[in-house]
Design a protein around this ligand. Structure first.
Ligand SMILES: Cc1cc2nc3c(=O)[nH]c(=O)nc-3n(C[C@H](O)[C@H](O)[C@H](O)COP(=O)(O)OP(=O)(O)OC[C@H]3O[C@@H](n4cnc5c(N)ncnc54)[C@H](O)[C@@H]3O)c2cc1C
Length: 285
């Protein structure tokens, strides 16, 4: 289908973009890589009157080292995340997960900011940023504010971004020594969306898992931290059977959907099995 008619601007600075967005009011929308928004426009599930294209804002691309954390520009593409040396060295979970998103064409255009702002429960990066305890920077007419990942995802396709705000950056703490990571994605075919995904981080110490963090994809309307499994994994031997046992309650607190691709019970089963595997991968066993 052909999208409804809209006006289009491509600002050359963040300040201009914020002004354009404010000027368009409720009928204006940001477009980044367009990989999620364009299909919605073509299906006429969204019909903004103004698109503010932030693709020309170089200030929103790339990764910076700020000491104990990395700051990732919202317009950084999945392709760049996979190859970025800072990401690979200090936050490899992001690169490993971005490599599972869609296909090369989508990864070249789609951005981390778009993935997070779109907040699709089946999107892979939201659970990763939740597991990493990331912080998101929103910039609007009133200036900048920081939002913890735990507060950013509010509901299905809904975030804490206020009208007129642009997600400009994502701050993630560097993983220190001893941390390992793994993203386990269950998908019906290669290059498809996750039926369930599990992002796991584990800090190994003396043959045991000292600390674990787990984010679940598509187990509710927002990414979910598997707190029961995190607690169960802390202190256990770094072995596959022990970590599979620790994952037995991985679906606690989740509220997975039943849809044409999977029933809720099946998703719960997957979350438990995949969490065991993801923890084992993160612990290197
Ligand atoms: C065939 C196909 C398969 C896919 N498979 C997967 C998959 O397996 N896993 C996965 O995670 N994703 C998948 N995607 C989605 C892809 O990852 C997109 O890149 C991503 O969801 C959106 O990023 P974008 O930059 O294209 O955002 P856009 O499409 O440009 O925008 C998406 C939404 O976010 C808003 N937005 C974008 N950037 C900002 C910002 N900086 N500030 C405020 N609002 C903003 C827009 O207004 C819009 O509402 C797939 C997409 C396609 C087309």
């Amino acid at each position: 289908m052909i999208p409804a008619k809209f006006d289009y601007v491509r600002p050359s600075s963040l300040a201009e973009a914020i002004q354009a967005l404010a000027g368009g009011g409720d009928d204006a929308k940001v477009i980044a890589g367009g990989q999620s928004l364009l299909p919605l426009l073509r299906l006429r599930l969204a019909y903004p009157e103004l698109l503010v294209d932030i693709g020309g804002l170089g200030e929103l691309t790339g990764v910076r080292d700020v000491g104990d954390a990395l700051v990732i520009g919202a317009m950084t593409t999945h392709y760049s995340l996979i190859r970025d040396p800072l990401i690979r060295e200090h936050c490899g979970l992001i690169a490993a997960t971005a490599a599972t998103v869609a296909d090369p064409a989508v990864r070249h255009r789609g951005t981390i900011g778009g993935s997070l702002a779109h907040a699709d429960p089946a999107g892979d990066l939201p659970a990763v940023i939740a597991a990493l305890d990331g912080t998101l920077t929103a910039t609007g007419p009133g200036g900048e504010r920081e939002i913890a990942a735990a507060d950013f995802f509010v509901d299905y396709l809904t975030t804490a971004l206020a009208p007129g705000e642009i997600l400009t950056a994502i701050r993630v703490p560097k993983l220190g020594p001893g941390w390992g990571y793994h993203y386990e994605k269950f998908q019906p075919t290669a290059q498809a969306w996750a039926i369930v995904g599990v992002a796991a981080l584990a800090r190994r110490d003396n043959g045991h898992v000292a600390e674990a963090r787990i984010g679940l994809t598509n187990m509710g309307t927002v990414p979910i931290r598997a707190r029961a499994a995190e607690a169960a994994a802390a202190g256990v031997e770094a072995s596959r059977p022990a970590l599979a046992a620790a994952a037995a309650n991985a679906d606690e607190g989740a509220d997975p959907p039943s849809d044409l691709r999977a029933a809720a019970d099946y998703r719960r089963h997957l979350a438990r099995v995949l969490t065991g595997r993801a923890l084992a991968g993160a612990a290197g066993v």
